[in-house]
Design a protein around this ligand. Structure first.
Ligand code: G3P
Length: 214
């Protein structure tokens, strides 16, 4: 299972969380990675943890003030990027452009979507993975894999129908090993989570709990 921890703009210490993700990754068969804010990418990548960006824009080098260039996040040490997170929604043409920009920079891609219909559309753009996250469950602590298992199974079927090389992650409310096992049972190849680790009193213990049953 792939466990991708999105730090959003939570007031956690990114390097400390990154070191915990790196250490727990070394102690399990699961693959763990962390997605800090763009400004923290370089410091986080220096820890040796697998580092992801939270977003890249559909732009090339040039006059794009305030945008996030895929090549720059790659230079900062990111190996992958989220695209179209629920908190950073893009138009379809821009999702396509961001996937192409990430590919150009050699970044792995996870395109987020709300439901199986959107997952099918996202998979058609040829990312490495898609992530289904019902927005109403994000940050609630109520895991999608238990609260809405149909949406996870529907997302897996929708992605497979378009391109069975595109893996499916699920996210929203995931915070325990039991939630990860439920996601695995529903056909997801990984989980995308944030508050369960970034807002935990002890992020390392939260990560250990997440991978414990794997
Ligand atoms: O990107 C992960 C996310 O949106 C889910 O957040 O806090 O429900 O794990 P959370």
């Amino acid at each position: 299972m792939f466990v991708l921890v999105n730090l959003k703009t939570y007031p956690c210490e990114p390097v400390a969380v990154a070191e915990a993700v790196r250490d727990v990754d070394e102690s399990t068969d699961a693959r763990l990675a962390v997605a800090p804010q763009a400004a923290h990418l370089e410091r986080v990548a220096e820890t040796g943890v697998e580092t992801w960006a939270q977003h890249v824009d559909p732009v090339e080098h040039g006059s794009n003030t305030g945008h996030t260039l895929a090549e720059s996040v790659a230079d900062a040490g990111a190996v992958g990027t989220l695209i179209n997170h629920s908190e950073q929604r893009l138009k379809l043409a821009d999702i396509d452009g961001s996937v192409r920009a990430a590919e150009r920079a050699g970044l792995e891609t996870v395109v987020c979507a709300n439901n199986p219909e959107q997952i099918g559309a996202a998979a058609a753009l040829g990312p490495d993975a898609v992530a289904v996250e019902p927005p109403e469950l994000i940050g609630t602590g109520t895991p999608v894999s238990q609260a809405d298992p149909d949406i996870v199974e529907g997302a897996v079927s929708a992605a497979e129908a378009v391109d069975d090389d595109v893996s499916v992650l699920c996210g929203a409310g995931i915070s325990t090993g039991e939630d990860v096992v439920s996601a695995d049972d529903l056909g997801a190849e990984g989980v995308l989570l944030a508050s369960g680790v970034a807002k935990a009193d002890d992020p390392r213990a939260a990560l250990e709990d997440l991978v414990d049953p794997l």
